[in-house]
Structures are given as structure tokens and as C-alpha cells.
Design a protein around this ligand. Structure first.
Ligand code: PHE
Length: 339
């Protein structure tokens, strides 16, 4: 092949892969390539033509190098199949943002409502002794009222250590360690030995409240609960108190709110009564005050306790208690905008 043919071949050379570019380089510019061979031929060229022949090979080498440099960037453009090219106009992959758990949302809301009227928050251990969970709260040993709360005992020996069955135990600790006026709520997890179903669970969450001062009356209790119910469920909400029994309060009551789902007309959630039970309450039994070092002749107080799961169930129409602890993203996702 003469030099002008080689020149044409170089100038019209096309590639479609890295391998083809490399074989172009080896073929023309490699150590055993055509250009090297031509330089070797130079020796055999008559002296008179040497200069011209040498200049032609130099030109050829330059052409081959330029062609190589020209083809290389084209390759990086075609190296990826079309489908893998990045289209910057496409929307990005969505970043999945987490949500607050409905129980956290309701817990926060309850705390805010009570802090507005002067209640602080107190917390205590989930593993409790008999004194704080039962005895100080007027549950005498062997008293059948202890059966009301199916207890998980950790050590059924002399000390009787158990998982707390209610956060009233925190209130005992507060009363023991401070003096009235006391206005506190105790949110937290509690445990009861119950079979897990749509309506019961072996652990759940409570917020219990305690107010102790001189001259605290049942009317104060009722008004506090009315404020709470109307703030949480709307200003049209009514409350109703039914007599009940708790060892640590006397008198005791169970509190219903007018059904928020059917506006008290009657539906399957309120079992066609128009009322929904939401909490237990009462005036702190003088025995409890005395057990905790507060003089019951001077001070009186009220207490109440509610399940956060129950409140969240009514607020968000949750049909099964188990949803709260299953961590199903389809359930949790529904609360994304709730806080
Ligand atoms: N501790 C009670 C319970 O867990 C609730 C309650 C608290 C009732 C305070 C009355 C007063 O069932």
C-alpha cells in the first residue's frame, strides 16, 4: 500500500468500540505498526528521495495520531447503550420520609393540653415493686382488686417485682418526693397479662394525671376532664361520669365522651349508646395520701388515667389494637401529615 492510500485509510477510519480504536492504534502507531515499518523502509529509499519520503511518513504519523485523538472522545459518547444515558430532566427517586407513630402524636397532644393548665410531666421505671404498683395505692395484699390488673411478675418472691400495670406507680413516687401543690401527668408504657387480640394487648400506654392541693374538689376534676375532652375531640363534645371502683380513689368514676363518630346518634363503635368510654378517675383516697406522706386532713386531690391507644383509636378510627405494634408501613404512612 502506498502512502497516499494509507493516508485515505487513516482519514476514513471509523470505529464503534474501544477494541476497534485499540486495533487502529496498534495497526498504524504500534511498535510493529505500519508507520514503524515505513520508517524502516526509509533505509532502502535512494538518498535523493529520503528527505521527501521521511516528511511523508512524519505526516502520516501525525494524521494517524490526530485521527486517534479524534475518535477517542466519540467513543465515550457511544460507550453506553442509549437506555443508560442519564436524563437530567427526569424527576429523582423519591426519598421516603418517615412519620410519627400515632401513639406519639396523641401522647404529645395530651401532654400539651395538660401543660397549658399547669401540669408537668413525670416519669418512672417500667419495672416496679409491689409498694409503688399496689400497696401504696391501697391495694391490700390478697385483695381481690389486684386481680383487676393481670400482672406480669418478674420475681414472685418476697420483693414481688413486676412490670408496672399502670402509671399510677409514678404518681406514688411523685407524692413521696414532693409536697403539694402537685399537678402532674405521667405518660408511659404499662403491661398486663392479657391475650393479644383486636381489643386487648399485653402492653399499652397510659397517661395518668394527679392534682393535689388544699380544697381540690370533684367539681375541679369534672371541669378538668371536660376541658380535656373538648380540646381533644372538639368543643361540642359532652362528658358523662358513671360511678365505678378503684382502690386508690374514692369516689371513683368512669368517664364517657359523646360518640365522636356518629355525633351521639348511635353507631357500631359506640354500640348504639351514643357514648364512648375513655378514662377512669376519682378523688385520691385519703389512705393513699397518708401512705405517701401527704396529710389527708389538709390536702385533697383527684386522679385520672387513660389509655393512649384508646384515645388514638377514637381519633383516627383504628379498628385493631395490634396495628400499633406491627410496624406495617401502610398503617404508619397514614400519619405522615398528622403532626
Ligand atoms: N390506674 C387506673 C388503671 O390503670 C386508672 C385510674 C387512674 C383510675 C387514676 C382512677 C384514677 O386502670
Amino acid at each position: 500500500m502506498n502512502l497516499s492510500e494509507l493516508k485515505r485509510e487513516i482519514q476514513s477510519f471509523k470505529i464503534s468500540s474501544k477494541e476497534e480504536l485499540e486495533s487502529f492504534r496498534i495497526h498504524f502507531l504500534g511498535s510493529k505498526g505500519i508507520i514503524k515499518q515505513k520508517y524502516a523502509e526509509l533505509k532502502t529509499v535512494p538518498n535523493l528521495q529520503k528527505k521527501e519520503f521521511g516528511q511523508e511518513i512524519n505526516l502520516l504519523r501525525k494524521l494517524a495520531e490526530e485521527r486517534h485523538d479524534l475518535l477517542k472522545p466519540q467513543l465515550s459518547k457511544t460507550a453506553f447503550p442509549k437506555t443508560e444515558q442519564i436524563d437530567l430532566s427526569m424527576p429523582g427517586n423519591p426519598i421516603n420520609i418517615g412519620s410519627h407513630h400515632p401513639l406519639s402524636i396523641v401522647r404529645k397532644e395530651i401532654i400539651e393540653l395538660f401543660s397549658t393548665i399547669g401540669f408537668n410531666v413525670s416519669e418512672g421505671p417500667e419495672i416496679e415493686d409491689d409498694w409503688h404498683n399496689f400497696s401504696a395505692l391501697n391495694f391490700p395484699k390478697e385483695h381481690p382488686a389486684r386481680d383487676m390488673q393481670d400482672t406480669f411478675f418478674i420475681n414472685k418472691s418476697a420483693d414481688e417485682i413486676a412490670l408496672r400495670t399502670h402509671t399510677s406507680s409514678v404518681q406514688v413516687r411523685v407524692m413521696e418526693n414532693s409536697s403539694p401543690p402537685i399537678r402532674t401527668i405521667s405518660p408511659g408504657r404499662v403491661y398486663r397479662n392479657e391475650a393479644i387480640s383486636a381489643r386487648a394487648h399485653c402492653f399499652f400506654h397510659q397517661v395518668e394525671g394527679l392534682y393535689i392541693d388544699k380544697g381540690v374538689s370533684f367539681a375541679d376534676l369534672k371541669q378538668t376532664l371536660l376541658y380535656f375532652a373538648q380540646e381533644l375531640f372538639g368543643s361540642k363534645t359532652k362528658i358523662r361520669l358513671r360511678p365505678s371502683y378503684f382502690p386508690f380513689t374514692e369516689p371513683s368514676a368512669e368517664v364517657d365522651i359523646s360518640c365522636t363518630i356518629c355525633s351521639a346518634k348511635g353507631c357500631s363503635v359506640c354500640k348504639y349508646t351514643g357514648w364512648l368510654e375513655i378514662l377512669g378517675c376519682g378523688m385520691v383516697d385519703p389512705n393513699v395520701l397518708d401512705s405517701c406522706g401527704i396529710d389527708s386532713n389538709v390536702f385533697s386531690g383527684f386522679a385520672f388515667g387513660m389509655g393512649i391507644e384508646r384515645i388514638a383509636q377514637l381519633k383516627y378510627k383504628v379498628s385493631d389494637l395490634r396495628f400499633y405494634s406491627e410496624n406495617d408501613i401502610r398503617f404508619l404512612d397514614q400519619f405522615k401529615s398528622a403532626l
